[in-house]
Design a protein around this ligand. Structure first.
Ligand SMILES: [Zn+2]
Length: 58
């Protein structure tokens, strides 16, 4: 993933949920509780950070 802070492709790690993930999580809790774990395994729902500088990427 490209990091704007390092200006290069950096390895990333995931930490917590991004806005989409939080929204999906809330919706699932309200309407489909058995599936509320889904945002935690879907990659596009997770917040990515640069491994070198910790800059948040999306
Ligand atoms: Zn970086």
């Amino acid at each position: 993933m490209y990091c704007r802070n390092c200006n290069q492709d950096c390895p990333t790690s995931t930490s917590g949920l991004n806005q989409t993930g939080i929204l999906l999580f809330v919706v699932l809790i309200l309407f489909c509780l058995p599936l509320c774990w889904l945002p935690f395994v879907v990659d596009s729902c997770k917040k990515h950070i640069c491994n070198k500088c910790g800059f948040p990427l999306d």
